[in-house]
Design a protein around this ligand. Sequence first.
Ligand code: PLP
Length: 286
Amino acid sequence: MHAGPVDGARAVAVWRDGGAVRVPADQPVVTAFDAGLARGDGVFESVLVDGGATPRLADHLVRLQRSTALLDLPAVPDEHWRALVAAVIDGWPAGVEGVCRLFLTRGEGASPTALALLAPVGADVLAQRRDGISVVALTYGLAADVRAGAPWLLGGAKTLSYAVNMAAQRHAHAVGADDVVFTSVEGRLLEGPTSTVVWAAGGTLHTPPVDTGILAGTTQARLFAAAEADGWPTAVSDGTVADLHGADAVWLLSGIRGAARVTALDGVARGDAGLTARVQELLARR
Ligand code: PLP
């Protein structure tokens, strides 16, 4: 059931009374007493809608279930998430790239809220995918090994508590950059506020280890599998900002933006040795 064909503007579906229900996009779907609002207590995923479908949904559901378990939220079966996605993308124009956000909040009392939102991918995101981004390195304020031994810090979970990530991006904008690479207090590379860091050096693609508490990126995993199959070696490597300055190319990767090449790091312009086209072609393969 849905509220009529959409025009590529916005759509919402919510799990209600045992089924996925499409509701008008401007209709309230979350109680003001939801712990997701009060405390950011919940998890989410952002899934690309391409050609009117979600070809990467399975990878995102794996991570969503992992995040759900890390926060001790009640598990929502994959079939329910698939039904919510089907309801929200119903009627979406194949020619409009969309971002489908899946939310699971702790809700109120014992009833969590599961919902799916759909909106067009922003023009700013499409421009960054095409033209690249300037980034600044900012400290995340944690030692790289602290989250592995501190499960309450929720390393590896994609939680709704993204206020720090958004503040870091605003700080980047205030100093004239587009985005951020977080580093640990020892200066080890972590991730971007909404992306995975990948760099090419010595003929190999590198990305930081997830035992630092960063999110396991689905796009990075896809790129590395395709690169290996194509004869381009990959490695999980500890790195520093100096390694990024010395690299042949640096990208921030995410499901919606794809591979955005880094054109400047801390105000220093940098190239990509012509490798971005190959990375984007590998990402388009699978
Ligand atoms: N790291 C963080 C903190 C993110 O928010 C994201 C984006 O979802 C990623 C990495 C990249 O993940 P993916 O490639 O699965 O979109």
